[in-house]
Design a protein around this ligand. Structure first.
Ligand SMILES: Cc1ncc(COP(=O)(O)O)c(C=O)c1O
Length: 280
């Protein structure tokens, strides 16, 4: 079945979803996006994702003529028109065409792309995954910019069996993955980098809110050595949920198996996502 996308006021078949090649997204990589998925057919964190999209646009100086309610209504309609059991949703705002090919003309484009949700393999969650680190930096880390050059470069250079690359800094700190946030567990406390230099992941937030009654949480700098010496490590993202990590840069984390805290976090996360969706 071909997906239906929303493009600048119209719902069209994916194959007919077009933007002018003069768009600043193509000429200058100027645009932002957001991504979320449904649980039991409902876009659980839609308000938070729409708020982050607005904030991303603000951070890169991109005009944003829509209200949060308008965007949410368009997203909901696109989901309904596609009718998948579970959808993955990408909302993209691009700079639009520009008279001098660099100054935004105040007419950004809005695209909503809905596809059937494709889950990651079960073994990621049962056995845990390998991640690697790379000393690469993201520009405007608070914004979900469409420019994923650092991510694509980092992944091209990563070991083939690594499912994610974590950005590290010159000072030996680890930040976030190319498309995920990072947590470690030490002595029963969850530790994750504070938001200064990472994307405010919605899954990160959901995890913190879901587990804070059971576990202490610290948001602070994490050194690479501390990551290697963690009791447990996991990554979070809307499409990945909570993924246990058993290897970082060829170093085995603890016993090399998903740990008890991570397993409890996965349980609590599933309860708030699938659970909340069921009540809608
Ligand atoms: C750089 C980066 N950090 C973190 C995340 C996780 O964010 P979320 O939980 O909202 O999917 C993503 C998602 O793609 C990302 O690209």
């Amino acid at each position: 079945m071909m997906s239906v996308y929303y493009v600048n006021g119209a719902f069209v078949d994916k194959d007919d979803a077009l933007l002018p090649v003069t768009d600043l997204a193509i000429l200058r990589g100027y645009g932002v996006f957001d991504y979320l998925r449904t649980y039991n057919g409902q876009p659980v964190s839609l308000d938070a994702n729409v708020a982050r999209l607005r904030q991303s646009a603000r951070l890169i100086g991109l005009g944003y003529p829509w209200s949060d309610g308008e965007i949410a209504a368009i997203v909901n309609e696109t989901i309904q028109r596609n009718g998948y059991d579970e959808s993955s949703i990408r909302i993209v705002v691009t700079g639009g065409s520009s008279p001098d090919n660099i100054t935004p003309n105040g007419e950004p484009s809005l695209i909503v792309m809905v596809e059937e949700m494709q889950p990651y393999p079960d073994w990621w969650y049962n056995r845990g995954v390998k991640i690697v680190t790379a000393n690469i930096a993201r520009l405007y880390p608070g914004a979900k910019s469409i420019n994923y050059i650092p991510a694509i470069l980092a992944r091209q250079q990563a070991d083939a069996d690594a499912v994610e690359v974590i950005y590290s800094t010159e000072t030996g700190h680890v930040l976030e993955g190319t498309t995920s946030n990072l947590f470690l567990v030490k002595d029963g406390t969850l530790i994750t980098p504070h938001l200064e230099r990472v994307l405010p992941g919605i899954t990160r937030r959901t995890v913190i809110d879901a587990v804070k009654v059971e576990f202490a949480i610290k948001e602070r700098d994490i050194s690479l050595d501390e990551l290697y010496g963690a009791d447990e490590v996991f990554i979070t993202a809307a499409n990945k949920r909570v993924v246990p990590v058993i290897t970082v840069d060829d170093r085995t984390i603890s016993s090399g198996q998903p740990g008890p805290v991570t397993q409890r976090v996965m349980q609590l996360f599933d309860a708030v996502t699938y659970g909340v969706a069921k009540q809608v």
